[in-house]
Design a protein around this ligand. Structure first.
Ligand SMILES: [Fe+2]
Length: 196
């Protein structure tokens, strides 16, 4: 079944510190990942698996890029869903989990920003299924470094395409704007939906 781009155009004009030009460019890139994911999945149906090869082969190349398009699609979906501009406040459950893991809410946010400064890819706030705690993990590209055994609570896009139009090289200012616009309501919902 083809993957469908979700409509996030309502974010335009509602995120303080995010211009329409920046959001248009980012939404267009997101659409590109959805299209490529569909293209890859379609081509994989008929690509010849019997000639798979580490150096070069159509099937092998499709498999090597499949996760790039998959994560490019669904990490962006999570990112735009956890931005709203009027984000509510962290729930008791989320606040307590963040304090338990980082010592304070401000320390969690500082860790989120520090993690973002450490990667050109993604930061994911997750609940780890092994220790049950909240973590910030960094990823490179879209498919490198995705940690195992995690439920994603918040996705933060650190690719330059997410902020360069509005902030140039001032990534820290983008991170401040991102935190200001997070939909904690959405993050609370994701945490509440997890078992136990
Ligand atoms: Fe992005």
């Amino acid at each position: 079944m083809p993957h469908v781009m979700k409509d996030f155009t309502s974010l335009k004009g509602n995120l303080e510190g995010f211009s329409d030009k920046q959001l248009d460019a980012h939404l267009s890139l997101y659409g590109g990942y959805v299209a490529k994911l569909n293209e890859i999945e379609e081509k994989l149906k008929t690509a010849d698996r019997t000639k798979a090869n580490y150096t070069f082969n159509e099937f092998s190349e499709l498999k090597r890029r499949e996760c790039t398009a998959l994560n490019g699609t669904y990490l962006h979906q999570l990112y735009f869903e956890n931005l709203s501009g009027k984000g509510g406040t962290p729930s008791d459950e989320l606040s307590k989990a963040a304090v338990a893991a980082f010592g304070s809410w401000d320390a969690y946010v500082a860790d989120l920003k520090g993690s973002a400064a450490s990667t050109p890819g993604w930061v994911l706030t997750t609940r780890n299924r092994v220790d049950g705690a909240i973590h910030n993990y960094i990823m490179y590209e879209h498919h490198i470094g995705l940690p195992a055994h995690q439920d994603i609570l918040l996705a933060l896009d650190c690719w330059e395409h997410a902020f360069f139009i509005d902030y140039g090289v001032k990534k820290a200012d983008y991170l401040t704007a991102f935190v200001k616009n997070v939909s904690w309501t959405e993050v609370n919902k994701r945490l509440a939906a997890l078992p136990g």
